[in-house]
Design a binder for this molecule. Structure first.
Ligand code: ZN
Length: 468
């Protein structure tokens, strides 16, 4: 069995300042090394001052992910030496003497599976290393510390994912949730990054780092699962290690054996006092939070009598829920929800496609009206949707242009049925003997009419032709 866990880093880009100084959290607009100060550079004698707003943002993320938040949180030093880390330690959180990080024990539902959130911690982002030069010999390394100290939330899941697909759905839900909370802009380059760990058949865990985008993460996970399966089949032990995703060659490459926590010599950051998160802070944060996915889901189920699975899919995706909320009327809500989860979702299954899609709520309402008035079949609606997605043309125009009007005229359908009966003599004999095979003939009529025949009428007419 495949087990995948994630570590997601998300910058709190909506904050004004960095985590421990007053340099700007939005470092992107600065010339290299122009958004720095003695604190984020870790100069001797400088002291960090915690950004209270960052704690609040991190706590609301924890709440939105149904996590527990302790009454007091603490910060730790994670010691390691690397050029992008001017202090030689990162200020982060750790649950070593009980729960001290801003959140834990939460969950997100992905297609009826509970993905557990193990821990959420608030920490500082390191600087950026940029490699330039045409070849290994001429390569130079540049360091930009503008990013050093940017508030970052790390979200760690249990290894509850069984496939890269579930990972993709989870990340879509998570980035919507963060955007919705107004604390982050996951679409900004480098603002949301994810590392994965993979194990198969109860074997060792392999971490994959250095993944540029969610799209690459999915590819890296696929590659890693296949690599481990091939080792497993040949009885070769899978080493516990960290591997890097090589974007150019599209493979994972072994980089080092994994550090254990003790290698980082964690100790309490005594320059920052423990932070209390009292009940009134929690209450205020809760009051100011937008509607959660689960309450949205409950609202859809109660108000419109939509199946819980359908409501969950729509509520957990910002694009679908917006499309839904803007298009329903009390009478067609259920139909709209079904159209989204059966057809729209099939064409528009990535964030990119969502951004490029030209489908509006009006289109969905119009298609449902056309189906309910039997002007078009469900099949034709599907064809129309694909065209609308690309062109954004008015529904009526698309139905006309593609000649998608439903054939419900009995004599016209009768004509086609008699042609089919001529062509499919054996199937006619079969259907007479075994009525359950009649769908084959219905399918043939649909094929001939390009899905435009009224399916109910077609079945009725075929049955009466068969003498049933
Ligand atoms: Zn600074």
């Amino acid at each position: 069995m495949t087990k995948i866990g994630l570590e997601i880093h998300c910058q709190l880009t909506k904050l004004e300042s960095k985590l421990f100084c007053s340099c700007k959290a939005n470092y992107r607009k600065f010339e290299p090394n122009h958004n720095i100060c003695p604190v984020c550079m870790g100069l001797p004698g400088s002291l960090p001052r915690l950004n209270q707003k960052a704690v609040e943002s991190a706590a609301s993320i924890a709440m939105a992910l149904s996590c527990e938040t302790p009454d007091k949180i603490a910060f730790f030093r994670k010691n390691y030496f690397y050029p992008d880390l001017p202090k030689n330690f990162q200020i982060t959180q750790l649950n070593v003497y009980g729960d001290m990080s801003v959140g834990g024990e939460g969950y997100v539902n992905v297609e009826n599976k509970k993905i557990k959130i193990r821990r959420i911690q608030l920490e500082e982002d390191p600087g950026r290393i940029i490699y330039e030069g045409a070849s290994e010999r001429t390569k130079i390394t540049l360091i930009d510390y503008n990013r050093a100290g940017t508030p970052l939330v790390e979200i760690v899941t249990d290894p509850d994912f069984e496939s890269p697909r579930q990972v993709r759905i989870f990340l879509n839900i998570l980035s919507d949730l963060l955007e919705n909370l107004g604390v982050a802009e996951p679409g900004l380059e480098g603002a949301m990054r994810a590392d994965g760990n993979v194990s198969i058949e109860g074997g060792n865990k392999v971490e994959i780092k250095n993944i540029g985008s969610f799209h690459d993460l999915e590819k890296a996970l696929h590659f890693e699962i296949t690599r481990q399966q091939s080792l497993f089949e040949r009885d070769i032990e899978i080493a516990q290690e960290t591997r890097h995703w090589d974007d150019r060659r599209k493979i994972t490459v072994s980089s080092r054996s994994k550090e254990e926590d003790q290698d980082y010599r964690y100790f309490l950051e005594n320059d920052i006092p423990w932070v209390k998160i009292d009940q009134s802070t929690r209450d205020t944060l809760k009051e100011n939070m937008p509607e959660s996915i689960s309450s949205k889901k409950d609202r859809y189920v109660e108000k419109f009598d939509i199946a819980p699975q359908v409501a969950e899919i729509i509520a957990s995706d910002r694009y679908y829920s917006k499309l839904f909320e803007n298009s329903y009327s009390d009478s067609n809500a259920k139909d709209i929800a079904n159209l989204i989860t059966t057809d729209v979702i099939g064409f528009i299954d990535t964030k990119e496609k969502q951004q490029n899609s030209k489908i509006t709520s009006q289109h969905l309402s119009d298609l449902i009206d056309a189906m309910n008035s039997k002007t078009i079949t469900r099949n034709s609606a599907k064809v129309a949707l694909q065209e609308i997605m690309k062109t954004g043309k008015d529904t009526k125009i698309v139905l006309n242009e593609l000649d998608l009007g439903q054939v419900s005229d009995s004599s016209e359908i009768e004509n086609i049925i008699s042609q089919i009966f001529e062509e499919e003599k054996q199937a006619v004999i079969d259907a007479k003997e075994r009525p359950e095979t009649v769908n084959f003939l219905v399918g043939k009529v649909m094929q001939k009419t390009k899905g435009k025949a009224d399916p109910v009428k077609t079945l009725e007419l075929i049955k009466s032709n068969l003498g049933q």
